[in-house]
Design a protein around this ligand. Sequence first.
Ligand code: NAD
Ligand code: IPM
Ligand code: MN
Length: 366
Amino acid sequence: MASQTLLLLPGDGIGTEIMVEVEKLIDWTNAEGLTDFSTDHGLVGGAAYDAHQVAVSEDDVEKARAADAVIFGAVGGPKWDNVPYEHRPEAALLRLRKELGVFANLRPAICYPALAEASSLKRELVEGLDILIVRELTGGVYFGEPKEITDLGDGQKRAIDTQVYETYEIDRIARVAFDLARTRSNKVHSADKKNVMKSGVLWDEVVRGVAKDYPDVAFEHILADNAAMQLVRNPKQFDVMVTDNLFGDILSDAAAMLTGSLGMLPSASLGAPDPATGKRKAFYEPVHGSAPDIAGKGIANPIAMIASFAMALRYSFNMIELADRVDAAIADVLADGLRTGDIAQDNRKTVGTEEMGAAILAKLKA
Ligand code: NAD
Ligand code: IPM
Ligand code: MN
C-alpha cells in the first residue's frame, strides 16, 4: 500500500489534548499494518499566531493542500481576543476550508444507546437518533463581500456582512445531501429563511430543482427557525438536513446536545472530486471548539475527535471496516459505562481525556 499522508493540525486549547489520542490510534493502526499513514504536523490558530504572527502559515496551507487528508483539532481562546481580526485563530479554519474547497460539511448526530440519558432531552426523543446535517461550508455570510465596519462619525459605526450564494454552490451541496440520503433513510429537509432572505429564495429554488432528480428521496422544505425548534421537539423526524453555512453552524451545535454533548459530534468536510484522479480534498474536525473553560485540565471528551478520524478512514481512504471498528469501539466503551464529565449521568465516576482515549484503543485491540 502506498503511504498516505495525514496533516495533523491540533490548534489550541483542548485541540491539542484530543489530537494526542488520535495520534495513539494512528500509531496503532500503522503498527498493525491496517494503515500506512505518514503524518506531518502544523500550527494553526493561536498557536500559529504565537509562533509566526499569522493564524496559519503559507507553509502549512501548502502542506494541507498536499495532504491526502487534514485532521484538525480546534482553534481559539481568550488569549487571542485582541489580535488583529485577520489573524484571529478562527481565520485559520476559514482560510483552510476555502483554500481546500471543502464545501460539503457532514455533521452526523448519533445518539449512542448508552447515552440516551446524557442528553438534555427525554430518552424517548433521542434514543436511536441518527441524523446528518449537511452544511454548506465555503460560501454564504462567512465569506461574502463586503464584510466591514465603517465609521459614520458622531460615534456611529455600520457593520456589514454579506450573504451570497450562487446557483452552483447550492446545487452541489444539495446533490451531496440527496446522494447521502439514498444511503440512509431517503429523506431530505432543506432549511433556509426564504421568507426573509433573497439567498433563501434562491436556495429553495435550486434545492427543489435538484430534488426532481431524486424522485425516490422524500423532500421537505423547512424554515430554519422552525428547524431549530423541531430539532428539540421531535428530532427523529429528520434524516438528512441540508442548509447554508451559518444555519448549519447553529443547527449542528443544537443537534449536538441531542447526542449528549458537543464533545460527541465529529465532522467531515469534503471537496469536489478531482476530474483526473477522482480524489477529494478532505478536512476532518470535531464540531466543538477549543473549550477554554476546560482546556489544560485533561478532561475533554476525545470522542468527537476520534470519530472524526473514523470519518477520515471512511470518506478519504475507503477503509469502511476499520472505520466501523473505531465507531464500534466508541459504542462499546460507552456501553461499559465510561464517561468523560460532559456526558456523565447519575453522578457516576468520570474519566479524563487520556483514559477515554486509552479505553477506545483497548477495545480496538481486543
Ligand atoms: P466550544 O465548543 O469550545 O465550547 C462550548 C462548551 O462545550 C464549553 O462549555 C466546553 O467546555 C464544552 N465542550 C466543547 N467540546 C468539548 C469536549 N470535547 N469535551 C467536553 N466539553 C466540551 O465553544 P465556545 O466556548 O463558544 O468557543 C471557544 C473557542 O473555540 C472560540 O474561540 C471559538 O471561536 C472557537 N471554536 C473553534 C471551533 C473550531 O476550531 N472548529 C469550533 C467552535 C468554536
Ligand atoms: C464550527 C465553528 C467555526 C464556524 C468557527 C470557529 C469559525 O463554530 O466549525 O462550527 O463557525 O464554522
Ligand atoms: Mn460552530
